[in-house]
Design a protein around this ligand. Structure first.
Ligand SMILES: [Zn+2]
Ligand SMILES: [Zn+2]
Ligand SMILES: [Zn+2]
Ligand SMILES: [Zn+2]
Length: 460
């Protein structure tokens, strides 16, 4: 598949693709064999080792980790392995974890892979991209489905469907779950009541105290029929939210990743105040934090609700302030957003962080959960004057030791952190610990020699 230009061609490479999902037949001509998992790949190579080869394998990072520990990896006939990473960050993280096999293994992003495939035509390149994006989406959907919180702020509506305007929140335009009747006679959903300053229809001030929960209205909406905005499904509004969480989990709670090369320009929107941050390359991030090369990382930003606040998370895997060298520090950061003029300040929502134990993802007792109440006087929660405010949250989120090798909090070099925003009045028993957040020290501790450091490691 990827022949180095100028290389003398004495033999035919046997191209082996390891891919966890079905690959469309348009790509079959590129590969001698397509395997669904590493054990199939290992079987194939062992069987064909004297008949074919040398072998060039193409696979994903997860599969490479398995192959790396298999004797087949050492076979001299296995000449080249191309590992397709999701972004530059993952390429660096993989090089950091597997530094000694540069002659055999190359870690590339999808774009780099496509650049090296010179003989392929545009349609094939497009197809490879599509197959890869499909893979990423289904990975994210699986995470989101497992962690999804079904309580919605509101349901996105199908524009072409016959839905009465009265069913929609006058502010965020989602289908209302709990209707609140404003003094001006317009209706808003619960989260808009808590976060918006003015009625979007008549521009009158929204008074939280004067708004009434309208039971009849809520009932009428719940029992009206609706069409899904993302597929053909139709049914009653009260069934719609469970349809959304099972069929379109990413539309409710987006899974965001560091520097993704797909969709990097679209800011994700949560429909239920929940977002899952997938952090890959944890070992590398930890290494940099311990050496104070880069103490913290930020998540991509997202909107917590349509027309709502824009926030991101900030993580110090080796701690900050009172947590330094002993705790993981976890904060959220309010960023300047498009709708800030219409929102209430200071920010007044309760934020719950959950560090997920991936070894028993459904067992909620295993996760580390902490909720953070807003402090009205903190500058971190004011309307941002610049690109972003200082971070606010927990210097001592949990002991650093939980990220140890045996723990379920890091799997495949990946951590999952869920953030969930709620109106502060909501008391739930599921939250074992709560407290007032603290401001992070606003210090980057970033040095620029991280790249050189890897090069030094690799050249050893
Ligand atoms: Zn609303
Ligand atoms: Zn109004
Ligand atoms: Zn649907
Ligand atoms: Zn280093």
């Amino acid at each position: 598949m990827s022949r180095i230009p100028g290389e003398s061609v004495e033999y035919e490479w046997e191209e082996v693709l390891t891919w966890p999902r079905h690959v469309s037949s348009t790509l079959h001509h590129l590969f001698g064999a397509i395997c669904r998992n590493v054990s199939q790949t290992v079987n194939y190579v062992s069987k064909e080792i004297f008949k074919k080869g040398p072998f060039h394998m193409t696979m994903l990072p997860k599969d490479f980790e398995i192959l790396y520990n298999d004797p087949v990896y050492q076979f001299s006939q296995v000449k080249k392995i191309t590992v397709v990473c999701s972004n530059e960050h993952q390429v660096r993280a993989m090089k950091f974890r597997f530094p000694y096999d540069v002659n055999k293994t190359t870690f590339v992003t999808l774009d780099e892979l496509l650049r090296t495939l010179q003989e392929i035509n545009q349609n094939t390149a497009k197809e490879i991209r599509r197959v890869y994006e499909e893979h990423c989406q289904s990975e994210k959907s699986a995470i989101s489905r497992k962690l999804c919180c079904t309580e919605l702020f509101g349901c996105p509506m199908n524009r072409s469907a016959n839905i009465t305007p009265e069913s929609l929140c006058s502010s965020c335009e989602l289908i209302i779950q709990q209707a609140f009747h404003l003094k001006c006679d317009h209706f808003v959903c619960k989260i808009c009541l808590h976060t918006k300053t003015k009625c979007q229809v008549c521009d009158k001030d929204i008074s939280f105290q004067a708004a009434l929960h309208d039971e009849d209205k809520s009932f009428t909406i719940r029992t009206s029929s609706v069409v899904c905005f993302a597929c053909e499904w139709d049914g009653l509004t009260k069934e719609y939210s469970s349809h959304l969480s099972s069929a379109h989990p990413l539309l409710l709670a987006p899974v965001i990743e560091d520097q993704p090369n797909i969709d990097c320009n679209t800011i994700q929107i949560s429909r239920n105040g929940t977002c899952i941050w997938k952090i890959s390359g944890v070992e590398f991030i930890k290494h940099n934090a311990v050496l104070k090369k880069q103490a913290s990382i930020y998540s991509p930003a997202f909107y917590i609700h349509p027309k709502g606040y824009k926030i991101c998370m900030r993580l110090y895997v080796n701690g900050d302030l009172t947590g330094e060298d002993a705790y993981i520090s976890l904060f959220y950061v309010i960023k300047r957003g498009e709708y800030d003029d219409t929102l209430k300040w200071p920010f007044n929502l309760q934020v719950t962080f959950t560090l997920i134990d991936q070894s028993s993802i459904e067992n909620e007792n295993g996760h580390v959960v902490k909720s953070c109440c807003p402090d009205k006087n903190s500058a971190c929660l004011c309307c941002p004057q610049f690109d972003m405010n200082d971070a606010y949250g927990f210097p001592q989120f949990c002991p650093v030791a939980v990220l140890g090798n045996e723990s379920g909090f890091v799997q495949d070099d990946t951590m999952l952190i869920k953030v969930q925003l709620q109106t502060p009045a909501e008391e739930t028993n599921a939250i074992p610990s709560r407290g007032i957040g603290q401001r992070a020290r606003d210090q980057e501790h970033v040095t620029n020699d991280v790249g050189e450091d890897i090069d030094a490691l690799i050249s050893v």
